[in-house]
Design a protein around this ligand. Structure first.
Ligand SMILES: Nc1ncnc2c1ncn2[C@@H]1O[C@H](COP(=O)(O)OP(=O)(O)OP(=O)(O)O)[C@@H](O)[C@H]1O
Length: 618
């Protein structure tokens, strides 16, 4: 299993005291409540009201129960003494109790109806928050495995967790209200009875708090394993990886690894569950013992004539329901730890600091100066080895630049710096005389049309796959067609069943798949959608095309780019040789720089590689 530093279990705050742990369950309740409040005030108020009603009414029902029994006893006595007893005084209490029970049912229905409405609204709200935040993160942040982990976990449980936490907080409140109102009734019997009940319940509370804390820590600690499980699920069940999984027979190997991770996690879970439930049961017995001790006390007092039958009925009901309320509270508390874990993850993700795009320039200090790299060096975040060293170059409008170098020499990285996906670690990069960092990021990106080797194959319509190249013309059919003509894609698109409206990819009905070369033509056309761009960057755009298509692509490219700056990355010297400047990069350094003729006469690395490839074609 991978064990990069980011994957290692993170140190966990050691708030091991059970009480600190206990109050920890409320850490995110306030924030969850705010979130729910922002989502729908009416539903939140409704939820709170129903909680209150459902919390108080059980005690009222118990009290009415007492009134019924006492009224029955009085009526029986009057029947015995006078041979007549009025029924209404008894029946009105029965009616009242029926009303109270109906109200409890109404409150509970109200709770579940409002909860399901809130769940839908909240799921949508949290998902939008997560995705909006994703739009503000830098590429480097996306590549940070820990942040990515937070993002995926936040998305997986977006709809359920915040509401679950609010529900459990409310359940706890409801049960606390019930317990309090039971207490009000019970205190008339004896304050000692309450004390006995509270003391009896304490041990199980403490143990629940301790084990829930352990579970919380366990969840956090095992996050890398869970992530690996999620990854294996994706590889085993996604159409883009299934081809290799089948051909290499990886299915059982990966499934085995998936099972092994589960087994290890399950063993830990089982140990914790057994310990938690054994202790829960033993300590719970203490509580039960206290309850039934108090129960026996009430019975003895009634037999001794100190309590009426009605009071006895009420107290017994209070004890029974009190115990139920207590165990519901415990269940809520242990579930709240898990919800807290989710919310801490969600908020850590949402509060991730974003790099501010400080620049505001929409025009450079020296318009027409072009692109300048001045001693640019770069090290990827989270690594120590520089991948670019002291790169300097100047590209003017109308000029073309080709980058040549072995795999991993740093060509794509250079483009990532130019497009400000990253900023240089040393040196600076200028466009029209102004540092890229001073440019307004949108203005800068409008000027650049780029296709990376790993361009995206959107599962959208063909036309939309072109339209993404310029969001302002996303739906503009005339622009799609013009771009497709420039990218040599119009031919095959017009032969497709629904032309530009054909759905691509296999995820949706009637989706069609394209060949590798056809996809590249789509990507190329996408770059041509950027009509305002005067910097065109093609990172190995023709690797999957046949030779005739490639020759045509470059002829068209040159037509388009006579007044633009073009940067081309290619391993094919037949395309590289036409560039005005050729930069040969080796392990992040410029080793040769010049045009084709100059570099051949220098007889260096370029000449060597060129001849090697030419020989291959003979
Ligand atoms: N996101 C990243 N994080 C860390 N290191 C990276 C990242 N992307 C690339 N690298 C490293 O940077 C170096 C340069 O990679 P780059 O993609 O720029 O090479 P390239 O010249 O474009 O290669 P190729 O010809 O294979 O496309 C490589 O050593 C690579 O391992």
């Amino acid at each position: 299993m991978s064990s990069s530093p980011a994957d290692r279990p993170q140190p966990v705050p050691s708030d091991t005291s059970p009480l600190v742990g206990f109050f920890g369950v409320f850490r995110y309740s306030r924030r969850a409540l705010e979130l729910v409040w922002d989502t729908s005030r009416a539903l939140t108020i409704g939820l709170a009201l129903c909680t209150l009603v459902a919390g108080v009414l059980p005690a009222v029902a118990a009290w009415v129960g007492q009134l019924i029994v006492d009224a029955v006893v009085a009526a029986m006595q009057s029947q015995r003494e006078t041979g007549d007893a009025a029924l209404w005084p008894v029946l009105r209490y029965v009616l009242f109790e029926a009303l109270v029970i109906a109200l409890i049912a109404l409150a509970q229905r109200g709770l579940s109806a409002q909860q399901s409405l809130l769940r839908a609204l909240l799921g949508q709200k949290v998902n939008v928050m997560i995705l909006e935040k994703a739009g503000t993160l830098s590429l480097a942040q996306f590549e940070d495995s820990e942040l990515y982990d937070k993002l995926t976990r936040a998305r997986r449980e977006a709809s359920a967790r915040p509401l679950a936490l609010v529900n459990k907080t409310f359940t706890l409140a409801q049960n606390a209200i019930s317990l309090l109102s039971f207490g009000v009734l019970l205190v008339q019997f004896s304050p000692w009875a309450i004390l006995i009940l509270v003391i009896g319940a304490m041990p199980v509370f403490v143990s629940e708090a301790k084990f829930s804390g352990d579970a919380f820590r366990l969840f956090r600690w095992r996050s890398p394993q869970t992530r690996m499980q999620m990854y294996l699920e994706t590889v085993l069940a996604r159409e883009d990886s299934i081809k290799e999984v089948k051909l290499f027979g990886l299915g059982s190997l990966f499934l085995e690894r998936y099972r092994a991770i589960f087994d290890a996690l399950y063993a830990e879970d089982r140990r914790l569950t057994i310990r938690r439930d054994t202790w829960g049961f033993l300590l719970g017995l203490l509580g039960t013992l206290a309850f039934y001790g108090a129960y026996a006390w009430v019975v003895i007092e009634t037999v001794g004539g100190n309590l009426t039958l009605g009071e006895m009925t009420m107290y017994l009901m209070v004890f029974k329901q009190g115990q139920a309320a207590l165990s519901a509270s415990l269940t809520a508390i242990s579930g709240m730890y898990e919800d807290n874990l989710y919310l801490s993850n969600l908020y850590e993700y949402l509060e991730q600091p974003v790099e501010t795009d400080s620049g505001t320039l929409t025009e450079g200090a020296i318009p027409g100066d072009g692109i300048r790299f001045e001693h640019v060096g770069f090290t990827y975040p989270g690594t120590d080895t520089p991948v670019l060293h002291a790169i300097s170059l100047h590209l003017q409008p109308g000029e073309s630049l080709a980058l040549v170098g072995e795999n991993g020499s740093g060509k794509t990285t250079l483009i990532k710096l130019l497009t400000r996906l990253y900023s240089p670690t040393t040196g600076r990069l200028l466009l029209d005389g102004s540092d890229l960092r001073e440019w307004d990021i949108q203005a800068l990106r409008r000027r650049i049309g780029v296709i990376f080797q790993d361009f995206v194959r959107y599962q959208l319509q063909v036309g939309e796959n072109l339209g993404v190249g310029d969001v302002d013309a996303f739906e503009d059919e005339a622009r799609w067609q013009a771009a497709a003509r420039s990218g040599l894609a119009d031919d095959f698109i017009s032969r497709m069943t629904s032309g530009y409206r054909t759905q691509l990819g296999r995820w949706f009905k009637h989706g069609q798949e394209l060949s590798g070369g056809q996809w590249q033509k789509i990507a190329l056309s996408r770059a041509y959608m950027r009509e305002g761009a005067d910097i065109l960057v093609l990172d190995e755009p023709t690797a999957a095309m046949d030779a005739a298509a490639e020759a045509k692509v470059y002829a068209r490219f040159r037509e388009h780019s006579h007044d633009k700056m073009t940067i081309l990355i290619s391993h094919r010297f037949s395309t590289v040789r036409a560039a005005d400047q050729i930069l040969v990069i080796d392990r992040g350094r410029i080793v040769e720089h010049g045009d084709h003729a100059t570099l051949l006469t220098r007889n260096g690395l370029y000449a060597h590689l060129f001849r090697l490839q030419a020989k291959g074609y003979q």
